[in-house]
Design a binder for this molecule. Structure first.
Ligand SMILES: C[S@@+](CC[C@H](N)C(=O)[O-])C[C@H]1O[C@@H](n2cnc3c(N)ncnc32)[C@H](O)[C@@H]1O
Length: 547
């Protein structure tokens, strides 16, 4: 087994080159040293492609969805415990007893004002695709409907799934197609469609049609939030297919990380329905990568488990499952079709090794990357190389340059930049997840020109004393970097900035902030790294606006 090496204690700073003492707040020109050895935290919700309703981006005017979590705590566990026993007797491995916590009286559920309209059916003409959620916009008697499973130009019967007579807008599903668009196909997945699995948004659309929808979303967000035409953004107006174009009806098995939910009554796995606690039982997920499917998770019962995170690494045979048991439940004996490492998450969200490694090894951009505890790694197997190539092409790093890799995860772009700037250059990575920082330091331990710091970008960057750099990569979570961070970055006089974005609205908003700071996009590429869903990834390259 690979040993988890302790992180390298020091490296070159991207700016000052000075180091500060352990745990102390930095003075200008210094970078705070992180403290080590803290207990491993539960993997953050780092899956940024929005596979569940929890993480799905919001449609215009949308309220954030309530978190979709299995009920926890003493009250829930017994009732939810599955009646069926495991095929084999369960291993004597009991999770810690649930600790009685001071529980606040639950707030009364908010009853939406007005009469409920759920179940009402309206014949509508479907308009443009909306940002987020895989919806298209339609109107009925002046009221906006966000309709799933529809396509622009179609005439459909839309059945309301959320909303009342007082709602500003309604959510709906296209349950009957009266006039179909030419990009519509029969969904290859038997679990896709109105009221079913919420994982894929666009199983009913040809691969080319899906990319056209993504083009429309990006075009609209650039215009609305950044006031940019595609040409002004340096974008050729395409969303590039990754891994070759697919014929209609074929589904790429791209998802190297899948979070299964387990039905508490039956112990059967499934996937969450759209914006719902309900589970759609499945026996196969068509977009799951081969390495996930071949584990045979769907073929087994999972008594006492509420969710299973499955990870199939690319470039190594590492497979990992992370189990979340119901409080107090015994872990069942895990029998799968392939060797797999097993971890569990306890009711305090701590991560525990059960069997094998707590990490997987991913191979990308000429290196092997340790990713621990289900931490962030791009889900599409070709995403890391695709994005690294786009960033390096756009930045064209030169020997001896200094670079920042912000929101650096386990160090993907920092490693790629370090190779290009060489020993005369320096890269500073900043990342807020403790475990990702430990991994990044381990992954890049051989590079003397890289330093990884643990903190939030917005808190640490102003404290580093760095006043200028040559290059910046930023790859923030879905919410984007925001006005203050962008303003700070724009003041660092970088020759070029690469902005890697998974949310076109956050990207467009931040491009507008960058313009205020004197930067403009000179190129923009969009990649279809989440086929069958409404998500995609962008890489924008920015340069100072010439005076
Ligand atoms: C989209 S991931 C990018 C990771 C990495 N660049 C990669 O490609 O593997 C965003 C990362 O930002 C981290 N993060 C989230 N908020 C942050 C913040 N305010 N400051 C620093 N890092 C943050 C997350 O833990 C996550 O690792």
């Amino acid at each position: 087994m690979t040993r988890n090496n302790p992180p390298r204690p020091s490296g070159k700073s991207g700016g000052s080159g000075k180091s500060a003492k352990a745990g102390k707040a930095s003075k200008p020109g210094q970078v705070a040293r992180p403290r080590w050895g803290a207990k491993p935290a539960r993997p953050a919700a780092t899956d940024r492609d929005g596979f569940t309703a929890q993480t799905a981006p919001l449609a215009p005017g949308e309220e954030p969805a309530k978190p979709v979590r299995e009920p926890k705590g003493p009250g829930a566990s017994k009732a939810e415990r599955p009646r069926k026993q495991a095929v084999r007797p369960p291993k004597v491995l009991r999770t810690a007893k649930p600790v009685a916590k001071a529980v606040k009286a639950p707030a009364a559920p908010r009853v939406p004002a007005g009469d409920p309209l759920v179940g009402e059916r309206y014949e509508v003409e479907v308009g443009a695709v909306a940002h987020g959620g895989g919806h298209c916009v339609a109107r009925h008697e002046g009221r906006v409907l966000f309709v799933r499973h529809a396509l622009p130009g179609e005439r459909v019967i839309a059945q309301v799934t959320e909303g009342t007579t007082k709602s500003r807008f309604l959510r709906a599903d296209a349950v009957e197609i009266l006039e179909a668009a030419k990009d519509r196909i029969a969904p290859p997945c038997p679990f896709a469609g109105p009221g079913r699995c919420g994982g894929c948004d666009w199983q009913h659309v040809t691969p080319g049609g899906q990319r056209k929808l993504k083009v429309a979303v990006l075009t609209e967000q650039l215009a609305k939030l950044a006031g940019l035409t595609p040409a002004e953004a340096g974008w050729d107006g395409s969303v590039e297919p990754v891994g070759g174009k697919l014929p209609a009806g074929e589904v790429p098995a791209w998802r190297s990380r899948v979070q299964y939910a387990v039905d508490p009554a039956s112990g059967k796995v499934g996937l969450r329905k759209h914006r719902s606690h309900e589970i759609q039982p499945i026996d196969r997920c068509l977009i799951a990568a081969e390495g996930v499917t071949e584990l045979g998770i769907e073929a087994r019962d999972w008594p006492g488990i509420t969710s299973i995170d499955a990870v199939a690494a690319t470039g190594s045979s590492d497979r990992q499952i992370i189990l979340t048991p119901a409080p107090g439940a015994q872990l069942p004996l895990v029998e799968l079709d392939k060797p797999v490492s097993i971890s569990r998450i306890d009711e305090h969200d701590n991560f525990h090794r059960v069997h094998g490694r707590t990490f997987v090894r991913e191979v990308a951009a000429g290196r092997t990357w340790r990713v621990s505890n289900g931490g962030f790694w791009q889900i599409h197997p070709e995403a890391p190389d695709t994005l690294v190539d786009a960033v390096l092409d756009g930045l064209d790093p030169q020997w001896g340059e200094n670079a920042l890799d912000l929101y650096c995860g386990v160090g993907l772009f920092a490693g790629a930049l370090a190779d290009r700037v060489g020993e005369d250059g320096a890269v500073l990575g900043i990342e807020s997840s403790k475990q990702a920082v430990v991994d990044a330091r381990h992954n890049l331990a051989a590079l003397d020109n890289v330093r990884i710091e643990h903190d939030k970008v917005e808190s640490l960057l102003p404290r580093t004393g760095i006043t200028s750099t040559d290059l910046i990569v930023l790859d923030p979570p879905r919410a984007g970097a925001g006005r203050e961070t962008v303003a700070h970055l724009a003041g660092l006089e970088a020759r070029r900035i690469a902005y890697v974005a998974c949310d076109p609205a956050a990207l467009a908003r931040d491009l507008a902030f960058f313009r205020e700071g004197g930067y403009r996009p000179v190129s923009l590429r969009a990649f279809d790294l989440f086929p069958m869903t409404h998500h995609f990834e962008c890489v924008a390259i920015l340069e100072p606006i010439a005076e």
